[in-house]
Design a protein around this ligand. Structure first.
Ligand code: NI
Length: 137
């Protein structure tokens, strides 16, 4: 088994809040990320896939196709968008890094399988110091 990772980047806006909380309650629970007028992050997405090396190519998978898959299914949909309002696969979900990483997994899983590999980890950096890792369960 071997693992390979492709990095992509995107910028997006979000707000962490509950509609049933007041602005004060939201600020207490979600901090700066609850700013009612939105704010942005420069996200870094690391998609790690795993499988066996193809003896005919020496590759696990075609990284160009993996990059294209991530661009088509994720980056095109979130880059320069408002995650709460404009991203179909995040509709009615919390716009947290955790939920975003889990949703990205769901969006990519079948496409990665079609490339002859399996998804291993979605690592999503929201900032230099905060990131999440999701392994599918
Ligand atoms: Ni934030």
């Amino acid at each position: 088994m071997i693992y390979i990772t492709r990095r992509e980047r995107f910028n997006a806006a979000h707000r962490l809040f509950r509609a049933d909380f007041s602005d004060e309650q939201n600020k207490e629970v979600f901090g700066k990320c609850s700013n009612p007028n939105w704010h942005g992050h420069n996200y870094e997405l690391f998609v790690t896939v795993k499988g066996e090396v193809n003896p005919e190519t020496g590759f696990l998978t075609n990284l160009k196709l993996l990059s294209q898959l991530i661009k088509d299914r994720i980056i095109e949909k979130v880059d320069h968008k408002n995650i709460n309002m404009e991203v179909a696969f995040m509709k009615d979900k919390f716009a947290s890094t955790e939920v975003l990483a889990m949703s990205i997994w769901d969006e990519l899983e079948t496409g990665v399988q079609a490339l002859g590999a399996s998804l291993h980890c979605i690592k999503l950096h929201e900032s230099e110091n905060n990131f999440v890792e999701y392994f599918g369960n």
